[in-house]
Design a protein. Sequence first.
Lengths: 355, 355
Amino acid sequence: MSAGDDRVTLDTVAAAAGVSRMTVSNAYNRPDQLSAATRDRVLEAAARLGYAGPDPAAQSLRRGRTGTIGVVLTERLPYAFTDPGLVTILHGLATELSAAGYALLLVPSSARGGEPLVRQVIVDALVLCSLPEDDPAVSAAVARQLPIVTVGHPRLTGVPRVGIDNRRAAALAAEHLLDLGHRRLCLLTLSPGDGGGSANSGIRERGTGFLAALTAAQVPARNVTTIEVGEHTRSAASHAISELLRLPAGRRPTAVFTVTDVLALGVLDAARDCGIPVPAAVSVVGFDDIAESAASVPPLTTISQSLFEQGQLAARLALRRVAGEPVRSPRMHAELVTRASTARPAAPGRPSARS
Amino acid sequence: MSAGDDRVTLDTVAAAAGVSRMTVSNAYNRPDQLSAATRDRVLEAAARLGYAGPDPAAQSLRRGRTGTIGVVLTERLPYAFTDPGLVTILHGLATELSAAGYALLLVPSSARGGEPLVRQVIVDALVLCSLPEDDPAVSAAVARQLPIVTVGHPRLTGVPRVGIDNRRAAALAAEHLLDLGHRRLCLLTLSPGDGGGSANSGIRERGTGFLAALTAAQVPARNVTTIEVGEHTRSAASHAISELLRLPAGRRPTAVFTVTDVLALGVLDAARDCGIPVPAAVSVVGFDDIAESAASVPPLTTISQSLFEQGQLAARLALRRVAGEPVRSPRMHAELVTRASTARPAAPGRPSARS
DNA sequence: CTATTTTACTGTAACGATACAGGAACCCGA
DNA sequence: TCGGGTTCCTGTATCGTTACAGTAAAATAG
């Protein structure tokens, strides 16, 4: 006894319990369809044989639903966990999905042997999260013919999108700084193709939106410095901005706008290191309103875009699409949150004191 | 044309291209098995018909592998994203898995209609992450008869585990404080059943390990205060400890050990708010060595347990088990990282010199 | 020009489950 | 005793794919 045990399946159990395969299936999935006595007998047989329960892969094939939603993230999936903004979106997604009894599949947009992994995942719907429009995973996702929702980017026709108008939001930051009287400014952005957050075109939109607003306000181009950071980390930002901060007060920008809060926090670090008071000598505005930004020193003025809610909303839209209900892209709005990292410039215009 | 389009499957495409179903399958999965001409013809037909590609659920059923690894997290999955330690473990897992071309499925341990979701997920292996031994998801996972790896808890016989010896590690913290001369101490821990991090018994082990070390060193019980925090957040910890910190210097503990860094950071916050200098008036030791701890003011002395590596390792073990290779639980060690939040007590016990 | 290998494709039989349409037994009231 | 309704269970037909064995034709060898 106990030679070549094949895998235990419904049939095995059915035979052992002396019932049909369907009855075993019902014992697991529709207890009301059989008598308690039979059910006990079946489950007892299953336990005795070591039956692992109905195979989810087979159930999925037959039923046509899987109970999981896929989230496609940047090429290097792991990067997502180092970005507080993305983690917040995931948090929102996870909150909503787990409440609905769904599991959350994290899919790297990367290839596996040339084929994007997104082709192979077993899910009911896909959420594309901050992907560049030309990422191969995007077309692969579309080809799957599953319900899709995007967060931020890409924008696909006929596909609901959750996200703000980045250009407009960045203009808010510019207007705030202009209102305060700043005329010599710095834009700190991410260089394209760092493999991380900057790959998504939302970042670029923020930069161009900011610059466009300055141009519209007739700030001369020579008064605007743009710096690109190669890596989306606090320390990289700190490093990148420090040279600029060490300039004499007359030539140093009086305000810095960064395309993400992570970068802004790096700027605060650099300012502290250089002994330059914020906001007295330099104002800083970030973007995203991540948790750390409210607790930084000084607390950061930033563009708030409620990433948690965006995650929740994306999940809800995906679930609705799975249920076959029609959905439309909701209108999200970003707003300026004024905290303590911005103020009027110390000595505007010319006679810029001597510091 | 275009009446009741049934779903397009391999058969549909095969018929349209005038080949057998197998040839279509091969066109996708084994290009070397057919001529380039036929392959093009097949793919062209597929494109024309809008074929979404081989159905992953059906592939999984047939092939017996899915290309995804499930990670089972605390009951409230979303909680995981608020815990820097767990996020770091996930980061490690994701790094390793995505490099191997695997997707990562986050599974809430919660029930859906009574059945743990873990019963229904389509994965090649499961990683159980900091679950209480009696979580229903644990037995459900075992019942699945899939390869399993655990991180931290539970401990299951015959199942490889990645994790440190929490009692021993907490004793390290105790010894450090004792060596410095502290004799009036506080243990800040999590109350069981907050639904979050404390549910896992690792937390309790840290507490008991710390207390046991104090007892072994003959610190009288009345000199040790234990405080339980109901929620695993910085602010909850800060709130919980502040009363104690406001005691007069003679009755206030000179050192606090917290079972996680998050709590320790909360203690630093409270100390700052109360105007009590760290480490001059009170020493603080945390546990986990999360990223924030190196950058706090003052930088935190803590027990380092390389959570990122634990995540990576767990992923590697899981993949090896999927490949059928035997694996054994690796030996992980925690170590004390001495930074600036601990020092000798200012006015020790009796008139024993002045520091 | 036959013997042997290679190439290119086809047919059948699963993979493990569930939907659906019965059907046998039983219970009731008339 | 007989319709009409429950209750409980079974058989058959898929779900969409791939493994495997097999075959006809083409290429290579001897």
